[in-house]
Write a protein that binds this ligand. Structure first.
Ligand SMILES: [Zn+2]
Length: 232
């Protein structure tokens, strides 16, 4: 039997006659570039401000999400967002807020920073969508692990970190209830610490465009996965 194929969204092909169900409104995600020009966050092992790492990765995450026809609103890419709740305010209407950061260690541990590596994810139980926030963080963590990245874990430690309890230990997700960009968001919210840039070796990895692309692809895949679920 001869079948006719027509191209559909997202590169799929669907045979004529099949029922196609697409949501009427495209999904929108706010991708937040952590920090701003005047206070650019952590300074990496080689002296580069975190904001630059965040900007490069957020742009890549945007590209990856757009491949999936997800509408992306970049927040803070001009480096002019000094007030944290303005970020979440300007994200209103998006279904998910993803804040992109790169990590450091406690100041007294900086001389040993090369011991610390990996990604961490943070969510708040004070966010109006804690279930969805957790699902998104867990799927981002799972996809990062699939991509060969490892959770840093030290934020859960009372001595090495800040005793942030695990929300999903296997996937590197912590509770950080007072996190401003999670608490003040009107939508589900996840903060991504992609890697520890005060570690010399990890900084080199984080600057590698190939590695950055793999991280962005994993974050986007996790986002896509959790947006497909109906959760609060
Ligand atoms: Zn940061």
């Amino acid at each position: 039997m001869k079948q006719t194929w027509i191209p559909a969204f997202a590169g799929m092909t669907v045979s004529l006659g099949m029922t196609m169900v697409f949501s009427a409104v495209a999904k929108e995600v706010a991708v937040d570039v952590g920090h701003y020009a005047a206070e650019p966050g952590v300074i990496s092992a080689s002296g580069v401000p975190e904001f630059e790492f965040n900007l490069a990765l957020a742009a890549e995450v945007k590209t990856e999400l757009e491949k999936d026809r997800i509408v992306v609103r970049l927040i803070g890419e001009r480096g002019d967002y000094a007030v944290l709740h303005h970020r979440t305010r300007d994200a209103r209407g998006a279904e998910l807020f993803v804040s992109i950061h790169h990590d450091s260690v406690r100041e007294r541990l900086l001389p040993q920073a090369d011991r610390f590596a990996g990604f961490s994810l943070f969510i708040s139980r004070l966010n109006p969508f804690p279930g969805k926030s957790l699902a998104c963080a867990s799927s981002i963590g799972a996809r990062l692990k699939e991509g060969g990245f490892v959770p840093s874990r030290y934020h859960a430690d009372p001595v090495l970190g800040e005793a942030r309890p695990f929300a999903d230990e296997a996937n590197g997700v912590h509770y950080y209830d007072n996190l401003a960009v999670a608490r003040s968001a009107a939508m589900a919210s996840v903060l991504v610490e992609a890697g520890v840039i005060v570690n010399r070796e990890e900084e080199r990895r984080m600057r590698d465009p190939q590695v950055r692309r793999r991280i962005a692809a994993a974050v986007a895949a996790g986002v896509r996965e959790c947006l497909a679920k109906e959760l609060r």
